[in-house]
Design a protein around this ligand. Sequence first.
Ligand code: RP5
Length: 175
Amino acid sequence: MQRVTTDASASAPPPRVGVVMGSRSDFDTMQGALDALRDLGIPYEVRVLSAHRTPALLPTYGARAERLGFACVIAGAGGAAHLPGMLAAFTRVPVLGVPVQSRALSGQDSLLSIVQMPAGVPVATFAIGAAGAKNAALFAAAILATTDPEVRAALDAFRARQTQAVLDEPHFDGH
Ligand code: RP5
């Protein structure tokens, strides 16, 4: 497993969410998920993990996600994006799939690859690209917020700021 970066260290709190991506080239897209997790105060770890380039590492990572008690794993991949589905097959930890925008088909391929899981192994699938990455992190926060009051407060504060930002815009009333 190739480590891109991690917030985990001896003194840091243990990661509660795993973020994986099929290639370093996915990092710019997945940065939005990392930023949102950081802003919400949710510790995470990040790995590059490829369904077709490092297939033997998928069961290892799936077991690790369970052992470390991750609330979920956010998995970004592009093209024939097997990573979220393959990972979901190896773990009961919920997998949140982010379709990375591909060059050839603008991410339509990534989206359909991730969303069309046959019945029995679910992957929660998000929008293509940056919006999907950010929303996957917010969804991870929503999962954690069901049992963690600090994450609940951080998520509520984020949504309140988001609402206020719209209300602070100059009103458009058609005149
Ligand atoms: C997928 O292939 C990755 O998730 C990436 O989106 C895509 C292209 O990978 P690179 O050729 O840029 O490494 O596995």
